[in-house]
Ligand binder design. Structure first.
Ligand SMILES: [Zn+2]
Length: 212
């Protein structure tokens, strides 16, 4: 069985991937781990990818795809795998389809953990820090008693650049699964959408139910 796990940043994809891997014994292939392994072992692809990552640039599709194809060609991936962080777009999805087809396999399920943008904004942003004592607050989960003022020391609260709503919104737009990718799996009839706004355990149960 091959599963693709999709979700925007803040949807809890990493946590759910680990839980599904533990519950199903499926091999968990995370793009992040794959990059790190290739860089650490100084493979040709790792060196190439590192040139982009060092500059803070996106690793080109062809490099990511080659690395992924190498990974799924190993014997431990023959019985199935769960992909986390891959594919990021339709080009990558088609490359995966083609590679699996070559092995007489396919993506059986594309699991999309859905969370509304407003909720993601609240999860990813909303962080405030005390300028004086460094205490952290969160607008939604752990707000100060008085807006903009630290409960502990009365200091002024501020937001880091990364936590400002406009920065969070632009990161979200760049990192969420593109509509065309979701459509790719919808058309293939493999898309299963899971409500990611439920408690963690309920999301895990719904994901496991979807692939049963
Ligand atoms: Zn303070």
């Amino acid at each position: 069985m091959y599963i693709v796990l999709l979700g925007p940043p803040g949807a809890g994809k990493g946590t759910q991937a680990q839980r599904i891997a533990a519950a199903t014994q499926l091999l968990h292939i995370s793009t992040g781990d794959m990059f790190r392994e290739n860089v650490k072992n100084e493979t040709a692809l790792g060196k190439l990818a590192n040139q982009y990552m060092a500059k803070g640039e996106l690793v080109p599709d062809e490099v990511t795809i080659k690395m992924l194809l190498e990974r799924i060609s190993r014997t431990d991936a023959k019985a199935g795998a769960m992909f986390d962080g891959f594919p990021r777009n339709v080009v990558q999805a088609e490359a995966l389809d083609e590679a699996l087809r070559g092995n007489g396999a396919k993506v059986d399920f594309a699991l999309l953990i859905s969370v509304r943008d407003a909720e993601l904004m609240a999860r990813l942003g909303g962080r405030w820090i005390c300028r004086t004592c460094g205490k952290l607050y969160h607008e939604k989960n752990d707000p100060p008693k008085k807006h903009g003022i630290c409960d502990a020391c009365g200091g002024e609260l501020y937001q880091r650049e990364d936590d400002r709503p406009e920065v969070v919104a632009s990161r979200l737009e760049k990192q969420k699964p593109p509509a065309a990718l979701i459509e790719h799996y919808r058309k293939a009839g493999t898309l299963k959408e899971i409500n990611g706004e439920q408690p963690l355990d309920a999301v895990t149960s719904a994901l496991l139910e979807a692939i049963r």
